[in-house]
Design a protein around this ligand. Structure first.
Ligand code: NAP
Length: 320
């Protein structure tokens, strides 16, 4: 930074990722008058768009569908001049100009920016057990909102004990005859309210200390084989649907070597969303943190955009 003349660039900020964090960053950046491009992934969708109902986003007391909420985020950001494209980013490199710019490659084009906000989110983790991949779309699902209605009056199992597993298990009771939650420990990780609802729900049964050993079936899923983690005893449970919610993995492979990630692949930032690379900020579920919610992603996005704005101000020599 300093008095050196800036090389030509296309955008003040390029935001990578089109979820709540990305679009909030886009709203703040565009509204601050910064020329901002949001690159939305072509191969992936934000997890929020496949969430049935969000009841804990402040200001929306009756709840709202995830897709609907994202449309509101998007429209608000577009209103202030945010530009968007749908392409997968393949590389991010630092230019050799001084001061350095960031060059983002997406599709067959490259875009030069003063700053980047990484808001690429995370995706569901797979178990890697026999039958999981073979029966994907034929009984194995990672989205109760998408696939729940196919299991009307049928028996399904849910694997996992976190908020996602329990929330989705509750959602599945709207359709399924019985929902068996299989959890590898003897207590849930999910928060108190969800636990209380699940324990009170007659359609939900629990298998404790159990892991999924195999998904069984012929053309479609017919059941699962469960292994008790203590006795190692194997038991089959009949089910036509297997919903797996065992956490997430962050979409951060493209950032490896550009800035620091933690051992789980999440982006390490300071409290101002700064990564270890100068001029790159991160926001939302891809960031190393404890609590991943729409509201925290949105908060991260605003924070990242504000700090990127300060950084750009300094770069342009406009800071006071
Ligand atoms: P999570 O909190 O990481 O829970 C993952 C669950 O899967 C845990 O119960 C874990 O067991 C289990 N698990 C992980 N690997 C496994 C394996 N290989 N085999 C069997 N079980 C395995 O993930 P999440 O539920 O997706 O939630 C992620 C974040 O989103 C959390 O911060 C959560 O609070 C938030 N969230 C909030 C809401 C809400 O507030 N309504 C809804 C959804 C998600 P252990 O418990 O033994 O580790």
């Amino acid at each position: 930074m300093g008095t050196a003349k800036l090389s030509e660039y296309d955008y003040d900020i390029i935001i990578i990722g089109g979820g709540p964090a990305g679009y909030t960053a886009g709203l703040y950046a565009a509204r601050a008058g910064l020329k901002t491009l949001l690159v939305e992934g072509a191969a992936t969708v934000s997890q929020i768009t496949i969430t049935d109902i969000i009841e804990n986003y402040p200001g929306i007391p009756d709840g709202i569908g995830g897709f609907e909420l994202m449309q509101l985020f998007k429209n608000q950001a577009l209103k202030f001049g945010l530009e968007t494209i749908t392409k997968d980013v393949s590389a991010i490199v630092k230019s050799d100009s001084a001061p350095a710019l960031w060059v983002v490659s997406a599709g067959d084009k490259s875009y030069r920016a003063l700053s980047i906000i990484a808001a690429t989110g995370a995706q569901w983790r797979k178990l890697g057990v026999p039958g999981e991949t073979e029966f994907a779309g034929r009984g194995v699902s990672y989205c109760a909102t998408c696939d729940g209605p196919f299991y009307r009056n049928r028996d399904v199992v849910v694997v996992g004990g976190g908020d996602s597993a329990i929330q989705e298990a509750l959602f599945l009771t709207h359709f399924a005859k019985k929902v068996t939650v299989i959890h590898r420990r003897d207590r849930l990780r999910a928060g108190g309210i969800l636990q209380k609802r699940a324990f009170a729900e007659k359609k939900i049964e629990f298998v404790w200390n159990g892991t999924l050993a195999e998904v069984l079936g012929a053309d479609f899923v017919t059941g699962v084989m469960i292994k008790n983690v203590q006795s190692e005893k194997l038991t089959d449970i009949a089910a036509e649907g297997v919903f797996i919610f065992v956490g997430r993995i962050p979409h951060t492979e493209i950032f490896r070597g550009v800035f620091n990630l933690d051992t789980g692949g999440y982006i390490i930032t300071d409290e101002n969303m700064k990564t270890s690379a100068e001029g790159i900020f991160a926001a939302g579920d891809c960031r190393a943190k404890l609590f991943r919610q729409v509201v925290t992603a949105a908060g991260d996005g605003a924070n990242a955009a504000f700090n990127a704005e300060l950084y750009i101000g300094n770069m342009k020599g406009e800071a006071y």
